[in-house]
Write a protein that binds this ligand. Structure first.
Ligand code: 4NP
Length: 156
């Protein structure tokens, strides 16, 4: 059973959609997984995802309305096998809490692990409009598919 955590800043836009889409893509590949998400910040702890991301998800057949935001913590390094960060800022915030090389070795950029160079981060749609949310969704969906295939063939 692979345990995967997706991480962004607020845990209300990018990482919840990445959590749900990656869960589905892993199931599609026949992988047994637990997928969760967290934010490096505590601004939105306990809140559902941003309404605009709930709507975008729903438009493409994904339901994220019941997810609730939580903050990333040092215990997550022991609880998860893979930690996928949405951008470089999320990654450095996560790595700052790592205590050893085993912790550090679990952390990858979402785009990096997917092997997608352009864009090399998942754009934050929070200050954007519906078009930005849809663009982020499309990037996440394409990369999640690639990540699920990478995980299926993963050899440490
Ligand atoms: P997320 O987006 O990191 O993709 O969840 C954001 C959500 C909230 C804020 C920033 C980004 N905020 O500043 O409250």
């Amino acid at each position: 059973m692979l345990k995967i955590l997706t991480v962004c800043l607020g845990n209300i836009c990018r990482s919840p959609i990445a959590e749900e889409v990656l869960r589905q893509k892993c199931i599609d590949q026949g992988l047994e997984v637990v997928v969760d998400s967290a934010g490096t910040a505590n601004y939105h702890v306990g809140s559902p995802p941003d309404k605009r991301m709930i709507q975008t998800a729903s438009k493409f057949g994904f339901d994220i309305a019941n997810l609730r935001a939580r903050q990333f913590g040092p215990e997550d390094f022991d609880d998860f096998d893979f930690i996928f960060t949405m951008d470089e800022s999320n990654k450095s915030n996560v790595l700052r809490l790592a205590k050893n090389d085993k912790h550090r070795s679990k952390v990858f950029g979402f785009q990096e692990f997917a092997g997608v160079a352009e864009p090399n981060f998942v754009p934050d749609p929070y200050y954007g409009d519906a078009k930005d949310f849809e663009e982020t969704f499309r990037i996440v969906e394409q990369s999640a598919h690639r990540i699920a295939i990478q995980l299926k063939n993963w050899k440490p």
